[in-house]
Design a protein. Structure first.
Length: 148
């Protein structure tokens, strides 16, 4: 009797390991998306609180101006409202989206979500527009799909 493994036995072990990896990888990706969704939802709630704090401390009461650097107003306010600009975990390079209604009464803050795209709007009646099931957002207006 020889000691050791045959080539067939080694191939079978390698195939079993490959099958297990194939099963585990999609589940791991799903867990990453779920973690990013949870992180985005928590950060959006933080930003919503920061925007409301900005509103309360302004005279007259106004929300931050919408634009590419809207979070900068929150980081440079006195007293400081948030310590740093928060980055959307689904694109990793830009801050969360922010839109203000035409009359300045309503706002929506959003993450692009797992599909990585989307721009939301908010009407003068507080209705969020442009949202799909993948968008994650908070608003002081009426909620649609995807809101928290």
């Amino acid at each position: 009797m020889r000691k050791g493994f045959t080539l067939i036995e080694l191939l079978i072990v390698i195939m079993v390991i490959a099958i297990l990896i194939g099963i585990a990888l999609p589940r791991f990706r799903g867990m990453q998306d779920e973690a990013s969704t949870t992180k985005a939802a928590a950060e959006l709630r933080t930003l919503q609180t920061a925007v409301e704090s900005w509103y309360i401390h302004r005279n007259p009461h106004v929300y931050p101006t919408a634009g590419a650097t809207w979070e900068t107003a929150l980081t440079t306010a006195t007293p400081q409202i948030i310590g740093a600009v928060l980055i959307d975990p689904f694109n990793g390079t830009t801050q969360y989206g922010y839109a203000l209604s035409g009359d300045g009464r309503y706002y929506v803050i959003w993450s692009v979500g797992p599909n990585g795209s989307g721009t939301l709007t908010i009407s003068n009646t507080g209705v969020v527009g442009g949202a799909d099931a993948n968008d994650i957002f908070v608003s002081n207006g009426t909620s649609g799909t995807g809101g928290f």
